[in-house]
Design a protein around this ligand. Structure first.
Ligand SMILES: [Zn+2]
Length: 342
């Protein structure tokens, strides 16, 4: 039997620190737990949370969209007087309504909004679990029975002294984990990655650029059919990665790949003219469609010299010294003084 070990990517100390620093409470913590992300990773996706210090369902939905999570609304009944046969997700977020004077008949529905609480739920190893930020000392995820019979009776008198002990869910949303192997890639950069991989497939069909926690990685299939994954790293140049002999697609392919990775890293790159050359009959590295794809994706037609910062119109060289690398004009390094550059 394969046992999936699911670690919570934060501990009690991280929650205490995040609470001190930006007010992290039940909503952001439940979101992080269910997606399998750290508190710091979800923080920029919380919208107005830091001003408001609460997470209403609209804000939670926005955060899920911002994280590009896979999720769906299973059950929503915010104005119910009690539990109305809710559908709990296999894995997901649940917003709990604590009952009290604010849920009495005749009270405006808005009165009850602040008396709510976010938890995450999951079926795990045949058990129904609840993640509650108040259970961090017990590991965060506890059994549903333990939550209902021990945590709630202990918690309620502290946070909701007027609560009557009843509670029910108002929202049940199914939410998937977000793969931790990858780093979160914002939509604009994701679009750029898609273009880069389409172009890359034209000259190395089994190779892909993928996002990793530590940065961009290049993956391809080895001779024996296994998948190889290497972090992009060059030594003493910018065009040939240290593992280039293993990838072995030739010098031009390596230079082209280096430009795609640099483009994703927002580093200076060779202009689109280089891709036109690589798409020409003479070179034939990529299909002419690559030039159009790159241009439409925002790849620069015109580039500036990394030394004098002037647009390069004439012959072009590549500069690489210390931390400065990229295309430079034919007059480098004299252009540095003449052009008034740094
Ligand atoms: Zn220059």
């Amino acid at each position: 039997m394969t046992v999936t070990i699911e670690e919570l990517p934060f501990d009690a100390e991280a929650v205490a620190l995040a609470n001190e620093q930006w007010g992290c409470n039940c909503g952001p913590a439940a979101l992080a737990a269910v997606t399998g992300l750290t508190l710091d990773t979800v923080r920029p996706h919380l919208g107005q949370f830091e001003e408001k210090q609460y997470t209403n369902p609209t804000m939670m939905a926005k955060a899920l969209r911002s994280l590009q999570a896979t999720w769906s609304r299973l059950y929503e009944c915010p104005a119910a007087e009690r539990a109305v046969d809710p559908t709990y997700p296999h894995r997901g977020l649940v917003r709990i309504q604590w009952a009290g004077p604010w849920t009495e008949p005749g009270r405006p529905v808005a009165a009850r909004y602040r008396h709510t609480h976010w938890i995450a739920v999951r079926h795990f190893r045949g058990r129904h679990d609840v993640f509650d930020v108040n259970a961090m000392e017990a590991g965060g995820w506890i059994s549903w029975d333990n939550w209902r019979d021990s945590l709630v009776p202990w918690l309620l008198p502290q946070v909701e002294p007027k609560a009557n002990g009843q509670w029910w869910p108002t929202h049940c949303w199914a939410v998937d984990r977000i793969d931790q192997a990858g780093r979160y890639v914002p939509p604009k950069l994701r679009a750029r990655l898609e273009v880069a991989n389409k172009v890359l497939a034209m000259f190395a069909s089994d190779t892909r650029i993928e996002s990793r926690q530590k940065g961009w990685a290049v993956t391809w299939t080895s001779e024996i059919g296994s998948r190889i994954s290497k972090q992009w790293a060059c030594r003493g140049n910018d065009f040939y990665p240290v593992w280039n002999h293993k990838w072995a697609r030739g010098g031009t392919a390596s230079i082209a790949l280096s430009q795609l990775v640099r483009w994703l890293r927002r580093l200076p790159v060779l202009p689109l003219a280089s891709w036109r050359h690589w798409a020409s009959d003479k070179c034939g590295l990529v299909d002419p469609k690559a030039v159009e794809l790159l241009r439409a994706g925002g790849y620069p037609e015109q580039v500036n010299c990394v030394l004098c910062h002037q647009p390069i119109t004439g012959p072009l060289d590549w500069w690489h010294l210390n931390d400065v690398s990229g295309p430079c004009c034919g007059r480098a390094p004299e252009c540095r003084q003449k052009g008034g550059g740094r």
